[in-house]
Design a protein around this ligand. Structure first.
Ligand SMILES: [Cu+2]
Length: 302
């Protein structure tokens, strides 16, 4: 389209001269500036050497702390057709105002079974770009496509209302700290989709370093090959909707996903749910001490 408008703008002038330069002009245009131009991606797309990548948000809302889904649509630059069969991994980094960098949990991208060139991605943000008007830092979200990559800069908002993320800490379950001494391993419990009156889903990840937030599930190993190595030999996720009188065990749905059923929550109301996490017989606590509160509280409105 760009090509045609250039030609038509020049047409009047060419007609005043002769037809030959016009034909030459059209020929030059066709060879250097047509729609198959391998150097161009549409506006709104990010370009790598071989691909044009479009970020399609998963909903009407901007990115928020907690679970976010989105689609990457990837076309081949060579012929502008959908690129299929790719491995697409996410590398999120928050560049904090204070100069520190950290990652956040994600589940990479899975090729769509229905739309060629679509890759469905899931990420769980642990921190907002800005809190109460104070800048926290900037997120850089890199999608690694084969040996190539493109980068996005999502603005991650705080959330209101229902709890989207809560943390619990290890007691004797430690990781290397920032200042040389050890610190409790932090477990991140993310609300995993909408709750119903009957069931509530969680995605759970654990910190192994500022850049490592792997999912927590049976037989997962954290800090592999180091003095802090921890293999999850047993893991229990439990919830109580009656202030701790009765606890329901979550079902392990694999790869860090857990679901508690039989809750009997009240529809349209803010219910309070206690969630308890035990890994290798140690129940995690709010403050990482053995005497600390050994559950987290979620506000859940089914
Ligand atoms: Cu941060």
């Amino acid at each position: 389209m760009k090509c045609l408008s250039v030609v038509s703008a020049r047409t009047e002038a060419y007609l005043k001269l002769s037809l030959i330069p016009l034909l030459l002009g059209l020929a030059a245009c066709a060879s250097s500036n047509n729609d198959d131009d391998p150097t161009a991606c549409d506006s709104g797309e990010k370009a790598s050497d071989s691909y044009c990548v479009e970020y399609i948000p998963g909903g009407a809302m901007a990115e928020q702390v907690g679970k976010n889904t989105f689609t990457l649509h990837i076309d081949k630059r060579a012929d502008n057709t959908p690129a299929t069969g790719l491995t697409v991994n996410l590398v999120p980094v928050m560049h904090m105002v204070g100069g520190m960098n950290h990652a956040t949990p994600d589940e990479d991208c899975i090729e769509s079974a229905t739309t060629a060139g679509d890759y469905l991605c899931t990420i769980y943000y642990v921190m907002a770009s800005e809190m109460n008007g104070v800048a926290m830092g900037d997120w850089a979200l890199t999608a690694v496509i084969g040996g190539e990559s493109v980068s996005f800069s999502p603005k991650v908002m705080m959330t209101m209302g229902d709890t989207v993320m809560a943390k619990l800490k290890g007691v004797s379950d430690l990781i290397p700290g920032m200042t040389g001494s050890d610190e409790p391993r932090t477990y991140y419990l993310f609300k995993d989709g909408m709750a119903s009156t009957d069931s509530f889903g969680l995605f759970i990840a654990a910190r192994e370093s500022m850049m490592g937030f792997p999912a927590a599930y049976l037989n997962q190993t954290f800090n592999s090959g180091t003095a802090y190595e921890l293999t999850v030999a047993s893991m229990a996720v439990e919830a109580s909707s009656d202030d701790g009188t009765t606890w329901l065990a979550a079902n392990d749905e694999g790869q860090g996903h857990w679901r508690i059923s039989g809750l009997g929550l009240t529809a349209g109301m803010a219910n309070t749910l206690r969630v308890r996490l035990t890994v290798n017989s140690e129940t995690k606590t709010l403050d990482g001490t053995g005497a600390g509160q050994d559950y987290q509280t979620f506000t859940v409105t089914p």
